[in-house]
Write a protein that binds this ligand. Structure first.
Ligand SMILES: [Zn+2]
Length: 345
């Protein structure tokens, strides 16, 4: 009997207690409601027998819900940290083979030659990187692979390259989703962007010569012939002129003679920090300048007049250079032309 009673209490005790608690609060709410509403309103459910309410379906007034005490089904709490996605590029690489040219490599992958530079920023510095064995990153579309810097946003990167924000967001492998946050030390693809080719300009002839006459700019004392000769006795071209390399590389042993390609005035003769190494620049007085880079020694000084064919220095492997060669440029009014156009390589 005792066991039976206690067993029955265990069965109905829980729900009954709950029903009483609910009824207590509900009744209290109803009484409060009765106070606040207009008199005469019926409060029929305010008082009812415990027996009937124990089996009754619990009902809640609109906007009044019981406090959830069992959190077993509640969602896991999450700290307020936004976890963005990182780019998911699948970039191909290509190892340069003997005889490859930038244009041929670009054509092989169906991209513009400039896009080779877009994926390989070091090619924009003067160098001999497009040589056998060098591994190039081949971008899947024309554009630039940008190294994200701290503080950069999609907007600032778009402005940097003059492309639309949508072009960057719309490129699926960038894996960008709102709020389009960028992460330093990752790379994002900037479709349609073109990487600037670095151009270093030597000091002007006037500033090198340090002279002026009656307030007028002094014109060079000599004017070139307008023809150009090879600066070295070698035709072993190691890199031709292209978008990312605006000069001609000729490989030859260190210490080989370097000749003035045309008559002119030396405007630069010394170490150059922008990758050229030991560099000579000659201004030919007719809009043309010639550049002789990576030299091991220099025989001339700024302001000196040199004639076509004069020995001006020796070849070397200084500056951004991965092997003994001369980097030769011919510029016309500051534009880097293809030396082969003048020399007939
Ligand atoms: Zn070069």
């Amino acid at each position: 009997m005792m066991n039976n009673t206690s067993g029955m209490w265990q069965k109905v005790g829980g729900p009954l207690t709950l029903a009483l608690v609910v009824l207590f609060f509900w009744g209290g709410w109803q009484l409060n409601r009765a106070d606040s509403v207009a008199e005469g309103e019926e409060t029929t459910t305010a008082v009812s027998s415990p027996a009937s309410s124990a089996t009754a379906e619990p009902t809640y007034a609109p906007g009044v819900l019981p406090i959830l005490s069992d959190i077993g089904l509640a969602p896991e709490p999450k700290p307020l940290t936004y976890q963005g996605k990182l780019p998911q590029h699948e970039l191909q690489t290509y190892v340069v083979k003997r005889g490859d040219t930038p244009n041929a490599i670009a054509a092989m992958f169906g991209i513009q030659p400039a896009t080779l530079l877009g994926g390989n920023p070091r090619l924009s510095e003067e160098s001999n990187l497009l040589q056998t064995g060098f591994e190039l990153i081949i971008l899947p579309v024309d554009g630039v692979l940008h190294d994200v810097q701290p503080g950069e946003t999609v907007e600032s990167v778009a402005a940097l390259y003059g492309v639309s924000v949508d072009a960057i967001i719309g490129y699926a492998p960038n894996n960008l989703e709102f709020p389009y946050r960028l992460y330093p030390q990752t790379q994002i693809m900037v479709p349609g962007a073109v990487r600037e080719v670095f151009v270093w300009n030597p000091p002007s002839l006037e500033s090198v010569r340090g002279v002026s006459w009656e307030g007028r700019n002094v014109r060079p004392l000599v004017v070139g012939t307008g023809t150009f000769i090879f600066p070295v006795n070698s035709r072993n071209y190691s890199q031709y002129y292209w978008y990312g390399h605006r000069g001609l590389d000729i490989a030859l042993p260190e210490g080989s003679s370097v000749f003035a390609s045309d008559t002119g005035t030396v405007t630069y003769a010394g170490w150059n920090t922008y990758g050229y190494g030991n560099l000579i620049v000659i201004n030919h007085g007719n809009g043309h300048e010639t550049f002789y880079a990576h030299l091991s020694s220099i025989n001339v000084s700024p302001g000196q007049i040199v004639y076509q064919g004069n020995l001006i220095g020796l070849t070397g492997n200084t500056g951004q250079s991965s092997g003994p060669h001369i980097h030769f440029e011919i510029r016309l009014n500051g534009n880097q032309d293809d030396p082969c156009w003048y020399l007939g390589c």
